[in-house]
Design a protein. Structure first.
Length: 202
């Protein structure tokens, strides 16, 4: 996806950057999944909280959505996040680090790299999250019943889940219900790197 703007007041502004082919896949997967569910743009707008106009622009590749907007669409469609942004899975797939499509925040301080091929499991996704010094990444609530497991590989993480705050050091882990707003903060003086497992309830 191509970086467009960092204006947080624009619900369709992009906070991620990467190959243009990600934008194509999102557009194609959104249209295909919406039609398979016999949902109009208005239906999906009500289910996701994303405006009809924004959904139309994403389907026609006239804008690049934020990570938060993509999560809302995935929740509205009732499918894992990776299925919205990825290619259909084959019998066996290898993810090379050199070929990984890394999603980045506008300021470049937050990076998310998928560690499993899209569709490898319909219920589990695995990511490596990297937060540079003083970086904070806020996440929308995921679909009801979704859980996350975080393992700190290096650095110090301050994890906020709803009203609760957890501080984790290298080697620590936390499991939590991710169907509430949550955030990840680099609370240490060096780069923070974690593995993030997302487990869907369906």
């Amino acid at each position: 996806m191509v970086l467009v703007t960092d204006d947080p007041s624009d619900p369709t502004s992009s906070d991620i950057s990467g190959p243009d082919d990600v934008s194509r896949r999102v557009s194609e997967n959104l249209r295909r999944r919406r039609k398979l569910r016999d949902m109009s743009l208005d239906d999906l707008a009500r289910a996701s909280g994303v405006s009809r106009a924004a959904l139309s622009q994403i389907e026609t590749r006239k804008t690049n959505p934020t990570i938060g907007i993509l999560w809302k669409i995935a929740v509205g469609l009732g499918l894992p996040f990776a299925e919205l942004i990825g290619e259909p899975a084959s019998t066996a797939s290898v993810v090379r680090k050199s070929d990984s499509e890394v999603l980045r925040s506008v300021d470049g301080k937050f990076m998310s790299r998928p560690l499993a091929p899209s569709g490898a499991s319909p219920l589990v996704e695995l990511y490596e999250l990297t937060l540079l010094k003083k970086a904070v990444h806020a996440s929308e609530a995921h679909a009801l019943g979704t859980r996350e497991q975080i393992v700190v590989l290096e650095g110090k993480l301050r994890m906020r889940v709803g009203e609760n705050v957890y501080v984790l050091e290298t080697g620590d882990s936390v499991s939590f219900l991710a169907d509430v707003p949550h955030s990840y903060e680099n609370a240490g003086p060096t780069t923070l790197r974690v593995h993030n497992v997302i487990i869907y309830s369906r």
